[in-house]
Design a protein around this ligand. Structure first.
Ligand code: ADP
Ligand code: MG
Ligand code: ZN
Length: 476
């Protein structure tokens, strides 16, 4: 039987506000435990929450960016559950009246085409603290308790693990462009739960979904979904579907590449939601609404502009605009009057390739945009060949040096001087008289051989365009 995969994603984005969602403690990461706490986020009796204005501005901007409805009025509810890292024994969240509803974003395929993925809602809530298990003791760090979260829920619109990853990458880039979160997956400021089910192809019904938690990299998300899909498919094929697949929460274990049952999935009734009596409904005023309307250029707009104005291919434009750090780098290179196409290939293929090998991010790369721009300029003005450019880049990657210094040091300055090239060609023809005769008798393939010999004799420094031009003149 043919199956179809159905995926819906929930993403928790930590907003980068200065202070927590309902108190004036600083948001922080990696500080000494329990430094940033107060009666409100410690849940001491009588302490009252007071909503963070900046969190609403940031959530609202997100809503605008994904073409959603941003509600003027939203209401906070209590979601009751007990965990040691949640001292109130309830989380303040928004159930029936979230700030953001509806909307969509476009995911990119390799061939440059796009698909629309619907969003259900995005609501504001507070993060829990962290349990730290040390030997026989468990400690609780409440620095994170009360940090604003935007929970973004998608429609079950994705049909493969790679669509799920494309969705997350687009969401990640939108959040980064908006500057509303640092969206660092390792540090937990961009966390994803994947809901996965399968169904016979063509069946419009939704089947029980399994929610997978603990996914902190794009790679693991892809693998966890693939594992889960094959587990469900096997169960179906073996006639065990009803016994093995039901609505539950599973954990992904990246060491063993498998998902394991954690608990039965709770329904919203289990949480006994009710409107938080300590918080009035929040109504956004005109000033906030105006602030929300101010958006930067977003990934898809930038992508379209790169295609229209810079002449990039849809694929290249998508690769660069997917990552804000790459965008910043690319735009800094372009300031130096470089052809955009050269900038793309030297940045994405050459420099990123080397970064990947060295396992560093572009933002950590010692080769700054000005240096890469200079290198490309030296290729464009014919000082060195493209091939020599790669050697220079290797050198710059390993040594701190200027571009011109590196070219001199490696002896790669290209010979473009006409007389020198003519001499080079004469020498090659003299050394290969027999081939020259064959060439004259019609073996035209030998032209390439002569070019190769001339390049070799020059140690790769002859300007290949000139060698071709002069050789053609000389032997026709
Ligand atoms: P909960 O908090 O209970 O997990 P949410 O409404 O926040 O509920 O999220 C449910 C998520 O599961 C959404 O992203 C939705 O698209 C997705 N989903 C719902 N049904 C299915 C299904 N049958 N298969 C895959 N995903 C589903
Ligand atoms: Mg869920
Ligand atoms: Zn506090």
């Amino acid at each position: 039987m043919e199956f179809e995969t159905v995926i819906g994603l929930e993403v928790h984005v930590q907003l980068n506000t200065k202070t927590k969602m309902f108190c004036s403690c600083a948001t922080s990461f990696g500080d000494k435990p329990n430094r940033h706490t107060c009666p409100t986020c410690l849940a001491l009796p009588g302490a009252l929450p007071s909503p963070n204005r900046e969190a609403f501005v940031k959530a609202g901007k997100f809503g605008r960016a994904i073409n959603a409805t941003v509600h003027k009025k939203s209401i906070f509810d209590r979601k009751n559950y007990f965990y040691p890292d949640l001292p109130k024994a309830y989380q303040i969240s928004q159930l029936a009246h979230p700030i953001v509803e509806g909307g969509y974003l476009m995911i990119d395929y390799e061939d440059g085409s796009q698909k629309k993925i619907g969003l259900t809602r995005a609501h504001l809530e507070e993060d829990a603290g962290k349990n730290i298990h040390a030997g026989s003791a468990s400690n609780v760090d409440l620095n994170r308790a009360g940090t604003p979260l935007l929970e973004i829920v998608s429609e079950p619109d994705m049909r493969s693990s790679s669509e799920a990853v494309s969705y997350l990458k687009k969401l990640h880039s939108i959040v980064r462009y908006l500057g509303i979160s640092d969206a660092n997956m390792q540090e937990g400021s961009f966390r994803c739960d994947a809901n996965v089910s399968i169904r016979p192809k063509g069946d419009p019904n939704l089947y029980p979904r399994v929610e997978i938690k603990n996914l902190n990299s794009f790679k693991f998300i892809q693998k966890a979904i693939e594992y889960e899909v094959s587990r469900q498919r096997e169960a179906w094929e073996e006639g065990d579907y009803d016994k093995k697949v039901w609505q539950e929460t599973r954990l992904y274990d990246s060491d063993r590449n498998e998902t394991r049952s954690m608990r039965g999935k709770e329904e919203s009734a289990d949480y006994r939601y009710f409107p938080d009596p300590d918080l009035l409904p929040v109504v956004l005023d005109e000033t906030i609404l105006k602030e929300i309307d101010v958006l930067p250029e977003l990934p898809d707009q930038k992508r379209a502009r790169y295609i229209d104005e810079l002449g990039l291919s849809p694929y290249d434009a998508a690769v660069i605009t997917a990552d804000l750090d790459l965008v910043v780098y690319f735009e800094a290179v372009l300031k130096h009057d470089i052809s955009p196409k050269n900038a793309v290939s030297w940045l994405t293929t050459e420099l990123l390739g080397r970064c990947k090998k060295a396992q560093i991010e572009i933002a950590e790369c010692a080769i700054v945009p000005e240096t890469l721009a200079k290198l490309i300029a030296r290729i464009e003005d014919g000082t060195i060949s493209a091939k020599a450019g790669k050697e220079v880049l290797d050198f710059l990657f390993a040594n701190s040096s200027g571009v011109d210094e590196a070219i001199e040091k490696l002896g790669l300055r290209q010979v473009s001087d006409d007389a020198a090239i003519e001499r080079l060609i004469e020498a090659v023809l003299n050394a290969n008289e027999e081939s020259l005769t064959r060439y004259k008798n019609g073996d035209t393939k030998l032209f390439g051989f002569f070019v190769g010999q001339a390049m070799k004799a020059s140690g790769g420094t002859a300007n290949p365009a000139k060698v071709n031009e002069f050789l053609k003149k000389r032997i026709g």
